[in-house]
Design a protein around this ligand. Structure first.
Ligand SMILES: [Zn+2]
Length: 159
């Protein structure tokens, strides 16, 4: 699968949203999520906005650990929902990894630290169309509504 080298925002490129090992050919329509499509979706504009906003608040690179998944690839992932918003381009999982700045090694952020920034951004009204959000064991999942009403989870997943 070749993905175009397209800069979507200051710090995110289209390529970061796709796993090079994903050989699938089917995705899901964002407007009708049960419907299979054969055109690879782009990340939702609000998702890009939210990731860039968080990246600016972290002041550090954000690594997308899972972006847009084909239906075939999604079905191979343990624990992935059969209706995952990853298949429509409306969700991404991310981490803030260890990095070096001014010869100083900055440790990776914990999930809790990442979640705190998401909550702060949310409370400040900086996130657009926020949908389903949860803390994974090593990453934070952030989704956007698009046309599909989903509820954000603030609580149970945030321990
Ligand atoms: Zn996810």
């Amino acid at each position: 699968m070749s993905v175009e080298n397209i800069q979507l925002s200051t710090n995110f490129n289209l390529r970061e949203f796709f796993n090079p090992n994903d050989r699938g050919v089917t995705w899901r329509s964002r407007t009708w999520p049960q419907h299979n499509i054969t055109v690879r979706p782009r990340p939702d504009d609000n998702l890009i906005h939210n990731l860039q906003t968080l990246r600016d608040m972290f002041g550090r690179p954000v690594t997308i650990t899972s972006g847009i998944r084909s239906v075939e690839h999604n079905s191979t992932l343990r624990g992935a929902s059969a209706n995952s918003a990853h298949m429509t381009g409306a969700a991404a999982d991310f981490q803030v990894r260890q990095t070096t700045r001014n010869k100083q090694v900055l440790r990776a952020l914990t999930v809790r630290e990442m979640v705190e920034v998401v909550q702060r951004a949310f409370n400040q009204g900086l996130l657009k169309g926020l949908g389903f959000v949860y803390a994974g064991s090593t990453f934070v999942h952030i989704g956007v509504d698009s046309e599909v009403p989903r509820r954000s989870i603030w609580g149970a997943g945030f321990v």
